[in-house]
Design a protein around this ligand. Structure first.
Ligand code: HEM
Length: 515
C-alpha cells in the first residue's frame, strides 16, 4: 500500500504556528505568576511563581532542603499562612499558625482527611495501615492498638526492654569503642536500638540488629522505600520517573525490589506468630491483638492487612524515636551547658539501684523536668514528622480568616513553625530547653497547636508516652555512662523523607565518664 505524505501549505503551517505562539503569550499573560488554569486565591497570600508553571521550578530546586525552603517562604512573605501554585501539584494552603493547626487537627478534625494524593503516593508502602487510613478503617486500628499503651506495660515491660537493649549496646559496642577509639555512627546505632526494641515489644521477635555490624536488609529497604515515597509528593510525574529509572538504570534496585524485601519481612513476622498461636502460646503484644481483632467488615485480618499494620507500626515505632535520639545527642554536643545541666539532673536521680529496677526507673524518669524540657526542645527544632498534609472535605474558615475550599490540600510544617519568630519569639531558632520550664520550676505544657510535634486531637500520636520513655531511658543511660565527642569534618543535616533522618548520620568518639 502506498502512503501519501500530506503537506500543509506554507501559509497554513505559519498560521497554526502563529496562533500557538499567540495563545501561549495570552495564557502566559493571564497565568503570569502561577500554574496554567490555576485560580488566584485573593484572600491568601500567594508565593509568586513563573508564568504557566508557577512555583514548580522553585520547588524542584528546593526539593532536597524542602523544610528550610518552607521556613524561608514563610519568612519572606512574613505571614503564617500562604499558598503556592505549582504545575501538576494540587493546590496546597500552608499554615504554621498555631490556632489554625489546632483547628485543623482538633476542632474541625472531621473535615480534614488523608487525601487521595496522599493515599496514592503512600499506598505501595503503607497500604491501608493506620497512617494512611481514614474513617472506620482508622478507628478500629487505633482502638486495637491503644490497648497496649497502658501504664502497667510501660512500667513493667517496655522499660525492661529499653534497659536490656541499652545494656546490650553498652557492653557490645560502646564499651569497645572507648577502648579502640573507633568512631561510632550514633544515628545508625539508634536506628538499630529502636528497631530491635520495637520489634520485640510490638511483635515478640528478636531481630538482634545491634548484634550485627552490617545493615539489616529490612531496615535498608524500608529506608529507601520511604525516601522514594516522599519524593512522590514533590514529583507530579513520579509514576513515569520511576518507570524510566528502572529502564535506564537497571542496576539500581527498584522500588518494587525494596517493597518486596519489606513485605517479606512483615509476612514472616506474622507467619511466625501464627505458628506460635497454633501451638497454644499466649501473647498479648500489638501483633497478637491485631491477629485477633476484626476489621470493619467483621472479619479477622488477612495477611495483607496484617502486613500493612506491621509496616505502619515500624515507621511509627522505629524511625521517629531514633531520629529524636540522634538530634538530641547532636544538640547536647553543640550545647555543653545543657549537657552538663542534664547530667546533673541524671546524677541526682538515677542511681545504680534505680537503673535496674524498671518500675522505679519509670517513676523517676517521669519526674525529671529538665530531661523532658530537652526532649521537647529538640522536637521543636527537629520534629520527627517535619511536615504533613490533609485534604479538605468541605469549605471551611480558619481562625485567621483564611477561606479553605472543598478539595484543597492543606499543609502544616512543625519544622517551619518551630523556627518561626512570630510563633516562638525572637530566640525561636536557638536551642533553649529553659523555655519549657515555668518560673516555679515545673514543665511548661504548650498547646498542641503551638507544638504539633506529636500531632493533635483525635489522631494525636498513640506512642507519645512510649517515645518519651524510650528516649529518656536511652539518653539518661548513655549520657551517664559516656562522654561523646563529635568527629570533625562532618556535615550534619537532614535527609528529605517522610520523617527527619540525618543524611550522613552523626559520627562520634566515645569516652567513659568518671563515675
Ligand atoms: C519522637 C517520637 C515520635 C514522634 C515525634 C511522633 C509523632 C507522630 C506524629 C506527628 C503523628 C501523626 C502522623 C500522621 O497522622 O500523619 C504520629 C502518629 C502516630 N504515632 Fe507517633 N511519634 C513518635 C513515636 C511513636 C512511637 C514510638 C509509636 C509507637 C507505636 C508511635 C505511634 C504512632 C501511631 C500509631 C500514630 C497514628 C495515630 C493515628 O493516626 O491515630 N509514635 N506520631
Amino acid at each position: 500500500m502506498s502512503s501519501k505524505k500530506i503537506t500543509l501549505p506554507h501559509s497554513v503551517s505559519t498560521y497554526v504556528g502563529g496562533a500557538a505562539v499567540a495563545s501561549l503569550a495570552i495564557l502566559s499573560a493571564i497565568y503570569h505568576d502561577r500554574a496554567i488554569f490555576d485560580e488566584t486565591r485573593k484572600d491568601i497570600l500567594t508565593e509568586k511563581g513563573w508564568p504557566l508553571v508557577g512555583s514548580l521550578p522553585a520547588l524542584i530546586q528546593g526539593k532536597d532542603r524542602l523544610h528550610d525552603f518552607l521556613v524561608e517562604s514563610f519568612y519572606r512573605l512574613d505571614r503564617l499562612t500562604l499558598t503556592m501554585s505549582a504545575l501538576g501539584i494540587p493546590r496546597h494552603i500552608g499554615t504554621i499558625d498555631p490556632a489554625n493547626v489546632e483547628h485543623i487537627l482538633k476542632h474541625n478534625f472531621e473535615n480534614y482527611i488523608k487525601g487521595p494524593e496522599f493515599h496514592s503516593a503512600m499506598n505501595d508502602l503503607f497500604g491501608d495501615g493506620i497512617f494512611n487510613a481514614n474513617g472506620e478503617d482508622w478507628k478500629y486500628q487505633r482502638k486495637t492498638a491503644s490497648h497496649i499503651f497502658n501504664v502497667k506495660n510501660f512500667r513493667d515491660q517496655f522499660t525492661d526492654v529499653f534497659v536490656h537493649e541499652i545494656d546490650f549496646m553498652s557492653d557490645n559496642i560502646l564499651d569497645k569503642a572507648t577502648e579502640t577509639s573507633e568512631l561510632v555512627d550514633f544515628h545508625d546505632l539508634m536506628y538499630k536500638f529502636t528497631l530491635d526494641s520495637f520489634i520485640l515489644l510490638g511483635f515478640g521477635v528478636r531481630l538482634n540488629g545491634l548484634a550485627s555490624k552490617e545493615v539489616v536488609p529490612f531496615a535498608e529497604s524500608f529506608d529507601i522505600a520511604q525516601k522514594n515515597t516522599f519524593q512522590r509528593f514533590v514529583n507530579p510525574i513520579w509514576k513515569v520517573t520511576e518507570r524510566i529509572q528502572s529502564v535506564v538504570m537497571p542496576w539500581r534496585r527498584s522500588m518494587n525490589y525494596h517493597l518486596n524485601v519489606v513485605d517479606t519481612f512483615a509476612r514472616e513476622v506474622t507467619e511466625k506468630r501464627r505458628v506460635q498461636l497454633a501451638k497454644g502460646e499466649i501473647h498479648t503484644d500489638l501483633l497478637s491483638r491485631f491477629m485477633s481483632a476484626r476489621n470493619t467488615k467483621g472479619d479477622l485480618l488477612n495477611n495483607t492487612e496484617l502486613r500493612d499494620i506491621v509496616l505502619n507500626f515500624v515507621i511509627a515505632g522505629r524511625d521517629t524515636t531514633a531520629q529524636a535520639l540522634s538530634w538530641t545527642l547532636y544538640m547536647l554536643l553543640c550545647h555543653p551547658r545543657v549537657e552538663q545541666k542534664l547530667l546533673n539532673e541524671i546524677n541526682e536521680n538515677i542511681t545504680d539501684k534505680v537503673m535496674h529496677n524498671s518500675p522505679e526507673l519509670y517513676e523517676t524518669i517521669k519526674n525529671m523536668t529538665y530531661a523532658h524540657a530537652v526532649f521537647y526542645e529538640v522536637l521543636r527544632l527537629y520534629p520527627s514528622v517535619p511536615q504533613n498534609q490533609k485534604f479538605a472535605l468541605d469549605n471551611d474558615i480558619w481562625p485567621d480568616g483564611t477561606h479553605v475550599r472543598k478539595g484543597d490540600y492543606i499543609l502544616w510544617s512543625p519544622y517551619a513553625q518551630g523556627r518561626c519568630e512570630k510563633v516562638w519569639g525572637p530566640d525561636a531558632k536557638q536551642f533553649n530547653p529553659e523555655r519549657w520550664i515555668t518560673p516555679q520550676g515545673d514543665l511548661r505544657r504548650e498547646s498542641q497547636g503551638q507544638w504539633p510535634a506529636f500531632h493533635a486531637g483525635p489522631r494525636v500520636c498513640l506512642g507519645q508516652n512510649l517515645a518519651t520513655l524510650e528516649t529518656l531511658v536511652a539518653i539518661t543511660f548513655l549520657i551517664k555512662r559516656y562522654k561523646f565527642h563529635l568527629a570533625p569534618n562532618q556535615e550534619i543535616t537532614y535527609q528529605i523523607s517522610l520523617t527527619l533522618p540525618m543524611m550522613n548520620g552523626i559520627k562520634v568518639s566515645v569516652e567513659k565518664r568518671q563515675q
